[in-house]
Design a binder for this molecule. Structure first.
Ligand code: URA
Length: 237
């Protein structure tokens, strides 16, 4: 027996949190009865429907994508822009683990494993994400210290970060900075730099936990191997 929202996420319907919303919205039926109770438990012999469509447990799949700029991290886009899902040739109902902005490139995980997605994106997951940023102006050591110790965004201080200046281009008045954060707030890196009066001109995620973009080019993707999946699970134990 397992909770309905966990079952739905394991069927690849959505993350566990999104599945809870579907339940509360009355969209989920178990054997002919609409269930709106989040504590409800099902087993493998129950017939579960979302919007009157029967759902099945799928085999879990895990992809690492080198996201290009100008792609959106959602399942559909009202404006018809290309989504990250469009880039991956699979029959499974995968979704991105967290988000990168439309104009951000780099490492993105996609999976139909709602359980792992939940754990990785949970604030307590503390997963390290490293970005390479091209920034307007010359970033100083003092400013780096401010970023590392946390800045206030929307009234809440950011957690400690690791920040390294990789290159200063005095001639063009630009800086290249590597920043590692453990949170995933909206536009977090851009807003952290804005708080010290530097605009991020280009942003790329180069590392997610222990995973990197090694040997990959923009737009390419690969499946994670079983060792990598196990290691990701061990990161969020
Ligand atoms: N921080 C941002 O500002 N944008 C991203 O896409 C990711 C992290």
């Amino acid at each position: 027996m397992e909770r309905l929202q966990k079952y739905l996420s394991e069927c690849g319907v959505a993350s566990r949190r999104k599945s809870e919303e579907l339940i509360l919205q009355g969209k989920v039926k178990v054997n002919n009865e609409i269930i709106t109770n989040l504590g409800y438990k099902v087993n493998d012999t129950d017939d579960v429907y979302v919007d009157n469509i029967k759902v099945f447990k799928e085999e879990n799949v895990y992809y690492l994508l080198y996201k290009p700029e100008k792609t959106i991290c959602s399942l559909h886009d009202e404006k018809g822009r290309k989504t990250v899902i469009d880039l991956i040739d699979t029959k499974e109902k995968i979704f991105p683990v967290g988000r990168l902005d439309y104009d951000t490139s780099g490492l993105l995980l996609l999976t139909n494993d709602g359980n792992l997605t939940n754990k990785l994106t949970h604030p307590k997951g503390n997963i390290e994400k490293t970005y390479y940023a091209k920034v307007d102006g010359i970033v100083t050591i003092k400013e780096i210290n401010i970023l590392e110790n946390g800045v206030i965004l929307d009234g809440v201080k950011t957690k400690k970060a690791k920040v390294k200046i990789k290159k200063i281009d005095k001639k063009n008045n630009k800086s290249y900075v590597e920043i590692t954060i453990t949170e995933g707030r909206n536009h977090q890196v851009k807003n952290m730099f804005l708080s010290i009066n530097h605009k991020v001109l280009k942003l790329k995620r180069i590392k997610y936990a222990f995973l990197t973009l090694e040997n990959m080019s923009v737009g390419e993707y690969r499946k994670l191997n079983i060792k990598e999946v196990k290691k990701l699970y061990s990161c969020v134990k």
